[in-house]
Design a protein around this ligand. Structure first.
Ligand SMILES: Cc1cc2nc3c(=O)[nH]c(=O)nc-3n(C[C@H](O)[C@H](O)[C@H](O)COP(=O)(O)OP(=O)(O)OC[C@H]3O[C@@H](n4cnc5c(N)ncnc54)[C@H](O)[C@@H]3O)c2cc1C
Length: 368
């Protein structure tokens, strides 16, 4: 057992993987997450329809693929724990210009994996692995380096002292980014002056936004739609559609779809309404516009009984800042910065980065 205490900020897949690996190596890990539940962009959204029906949507990443052998090993372990399953449905493309579907089975993308029963299941399980203490609804507002003690002191948004730690894993770029200030009006938790050698890379990480539209339908769309996932070509508004309820382990009570907007559409809405949390009025407008775009394809001849939009202001990082090292690491301060923005803008990239951050700590455990 190692006496080191490590704080992990963020319960997205990179933070959750890192926390779980560290705990397995005997490190005492405390994970802080500002949201009420785990998963970050692999979250599951719980909604209730007007007639009181519970609706669960994977409103972030709909699935993930794996090509890296080490990640595959981890995913197979999750599969054996019942946290992950293959989503075996057929995918295609819909061309709005010709109003025709194109079968894309020829394009081999490998297995599509989903969390079971929701995309958040993996992070949820990892956040409760033995040795990980997770605190949800806890925003880390300040990461303070105490030079004399060689340790970090963490402060919560409500001013609470969250404790002292030998090392920190920061798994969200907003922890250091000026974008944090544009969204919240507050100073980012980590002062870049503390880590000048990382500052250049972290200062301005461009991101692509996306809106997701969650739909629940009383009748199935199977007669008009031959696929359970399809990209949408030649649309200025819509980019992808996924039949959420066709994933393994989901409730069969109603058919549920999640649509993704184009980045350009999301950007144009944000340029009109600002970076701050969108108002209900904005989300209602977006949900109407996305649904109208779907209706104009002729694929959905009836109204859903539930529809709601969600904004992902930073859905996809537009660059990778640590393609070689997979995470940023300050040996002296025992600070690791990880996340998809280090490797590639997908779940696999985030897992690789979380594993790399854990490796940095494992290599130096004896010094802690
Ligand atoms: C709409 C959409 C579609 C996608 N489609 C796919 C796909 O098809 N395939 C695929 O592989 N990937 C897809 N992705 C990308 C994938 O979801 C991400 O690459 C991955 O989930 C990122 O994980 P992460 O751990 O790096 O970051 P995140 O999931 O963003 O986790 C960071 C966490 O840190 C928390 N946090 C931040 N600041 C603080 C703080 N100060 N205190 C406490 N907590 C904090 C956040 O709340 C968040 O939970 C999609 C994403 C979106 C949004």
């Amino acid at each position: 057992m190692n006496s080191a205490k490590i704080a992990v900020v963020g319960s997205g897949i990179s933070g959750a993987v890192c926390a779980s690996i560290l705990a397995r190596n005997g490190v005492s890990v405390t994970l802080f997450e500002s949201a009420r539940g785990p998963g970050g962009r692999m979250s599951q959204r719980r909604e209730v329809s007007e007639d009181g029906k519970e609706l669960l949507f994977d409103h972030g990443a709909p699935f993930f693929t794996v090509s890296n052998t080490e990640v595959l090993g981890l995913v197979q372990e999750w599969e054996s724990r019942g946290l992950v399953a293959e989503w075996k449905e057929n995918f295609g493309s819909f061309d709005c210009a010709s109003t025709k579907f194109i079968d894309r089975q020829q394009e081999q993308v490998g297995k599509r994996y989903v969390g079971v029963p929701g995309m958040n299941s993996i992070c949820k399980a990892l956040c409760y692995d033995p040795g990980v203490e997770s605190k949800f609804g806890t925003s880390v507002e300040k990461l303070e380096w105490i030079e004399d003690e060689d340790s970090w002191s963490l402060m919560a948004l409500d001013g609470r002292n969250l404790g002292h730690f030998n090392g920190v894993v920061a798994s969200d770029k907003n922890i250091v980014s000026p974008r944090f200030t544009s969204v919240t009006g507050r100073t980012p938790p980590l002062d870049l002056n503390l880590v000048p050698e990382m500052a250049n890379k972290l200062q301005n990480i461009p991101v692509h936004p996306c809106f997701a539209l969650m739909l629940a339908l009383a009748q199935p769309l199977s007669s008009s739609i031959p696929f359970k996932g399809f990209s949408i070509k030649n649309s200025e508004v819509l980019s992808w559609a996924y039949c959420d309820s066709s994933k393994p382990g989901r409730s069969a009570d109603s058919e549920q779809w999640v649509l993704h907007s184009t980045m350009e559409y999301a950007r144009s809405i944000i340029s009109q309404t600002g970076l701050q949390k969108p108002s209900e009025a904005t989300l209602t407008r977006v949900s109407e516009e996305l649904f109208q775009a779907l209706q104009s394809t002729g694929l959905v001849p009836f109204e859903p009984f539930y529809k709601k939009a969600h904004r992902w202001g930073s859905a996809f990082p537009a660059t990778s800042i640590a393609r070689e090292e997979k995470c940023l690491w300050d040996e002296k301060k025992k600070l690791a910065i990880c996340g998809d923005f280090c490797v590639s803008s997908n779940v696999e990239g985030a897992i690789i980065s979380g594993m790399a951050a854990a490796s940095k700590f494992k290599e130096t455990l004896s010094c802690l």
